[in-house]
Design a protein around this ligand. Structure first.
Ligand SMILES: Cc1cc2nc3c(=O)[nH]c(=O)nc-3n(C[C@H](O)[C@H](O)[C@H](O)COP(=O)(O)OP(=O)(O)OC[C@H]3O[C@@H](n4cnc5c(N)ncnc54)[C@H](O)[C@@H]3O)c2cc1C
Length: 330
């Protein structure tokens, strides 16, 4: 029997959408040729409540965090892997702009409840986390492939596929080739590189952040990243980025020895208002989109996937700030 929903792409968006549909008993088929060039494969899975040079609290962080933590924990249990780790961030000031932003915001309490103790060099951020994205994608892929719910090939034409399913959802990230149906959306792209290091003795729950972050991971590895190249859409690892990240890691790790085990790159997708998108096409109700997760896929994808599930099972409307209708007119 044909599935009700076709999910094109198994990055963060497709994986979380499939998981919500599985829980709701809605039948689905995922099609994804592999993760080469997927943004999720290059990401470190960091969830950080305070970011940027101006030290801004992440949009809706407090509201979303409980749902996000619960979803990742629950998916990890179903897959038999630990996906969610509570972390702290040691944020080092890179210059006086950051130092002054901290002094100002510490005085007004603007970063509460996340900002902790600080000194002239930096401050602590609580409430952060890291999601083991390679484990999530790999284990979910094996599960759904074994169940006959994942096919390892690409969808060539979303519009054509929409004739055969109740709903087809575009979760293809920066792929572009199947975006024809969503041409009116002003997608923006930014390439990023990360390195995987072999390094011993890092505190397992502390992410170091001084423009570049270093996030400890399993088996004496750590991720270093990330570069930002607005407008660049190819996902080939760039040797200049490797040099830049290696030099930053050397500085931040003091005299500690490390080796570079892997170098990855991916393309983030954003929208001009820096919000993600989820919803139906205004004139083609069997087509949907789930994307523009920017640099916050691990935080936003569980929330958007839950909205998709509620839309499909109870007809609930999407949150107005993420609706596709803000860019696509009927
Ligand atoms: C360097 C870097 C570091 C990052 N670090 C973090 C971080 O620490 N924390 C965080 O939350 N976010 C981070 N991000 C952002 C995060 O990676 C993205 O927001 C998220 O992974 C996007 O997920 P996605 O599912 O939309 O797209 P993708 O992960 O790109 O997945 C798209 C999938 O679609 C498939 N596909 C493409 N074309 C087709 C087709 N025609 N048919 C079927 N399938 C197709 C691809 O194979 C791919 O698997 C980072 C991003 C980059 C680039």
């Amino acid at each position: 029997m044909r599935a009700e929903v076709l999910i094109a792409g198994q990055g963060l968006a497709g994986t979380l959408l499939a998981w919500e549909l599985e829980k709701a008993g809605v039948s689905f088929l995922i099609r994804d040729p592999g993760h080469a060039g997927s943004a999720t494969a290059a990401a470190a899975g960091i969830i950080n409540p305070v970011t940027g040079r101006r030290l801004v609290k992440a949009w809706r962080f407090e509201e979303l965090r409980p749902l996000v933590a619960e979803t990742w924990r629950e998916l990890g249990e179903a897959l038999g892997v630990r996906l969610w780790r509570e972390m702290r961030v040691r944020r080092e000031f890179a210059d006086d702009v950051e130092r002054e932003a901290w002094a100002r915001k510490a005085a007004t309490g603007e970063l509460a409840p996340f900002a902790g103790a600080g000194d002239e060099h930096g401050f602590w951020i609580g409430g952060a986390a890291r999601v083991d994205l390679p484990a999530a994608l790999g284990a979910a892929r094996r599960r759904w492939k074994a169940q006959g719910r994942l096919r390892e090939d690409a969808v060539d034409d979303l519009g054509a596929a929409a004739g055969s399913y109740r709903l087809v959802v575009d979760c293809t990230g920066a792929a572009g080739g199947v975006h024809a149906a969503f041409d009116g959306v002003p997608w923006e792209f930014s390439k990023g590189d990360t390195l995987e290091l072999g390094v011993e003795g890092l505190a397992p729950d502390v992410i170091l952040n001084r423009r570049i972050w270093i996030a400890p991971a399993e088996q004496e590895t750590a991720f270093v990243g990330a570069t930002h190249e607005p407008g660049v859409r190819d996902a080939r690892p760039d040797p200049r980025s490797r040099e830049l990240l290696t030099a930053a890691a050397r500085r931040m790790l003091g005299g500690r020895d490390f080796t570079v085990r892997a170098h990855r790159a991916g393309v983030r997708v954003n929208l001009p208002d820096k919000r993600p998108v989820a919803g139906l096409h205004p004139t083609r109700p069997r087509l949907g989109v789930f994307g523009a997760l920017g640099a916050r896929g691990a935080l936003w994808a569980p929330w958007l996937a839950r909205q998709w599930r509620e839309q499909l099972t109870s007809g609930l409307a999407f949150d107005p700030e993420v609706q596709s209708g803000r860019f696509l007119r009927s």
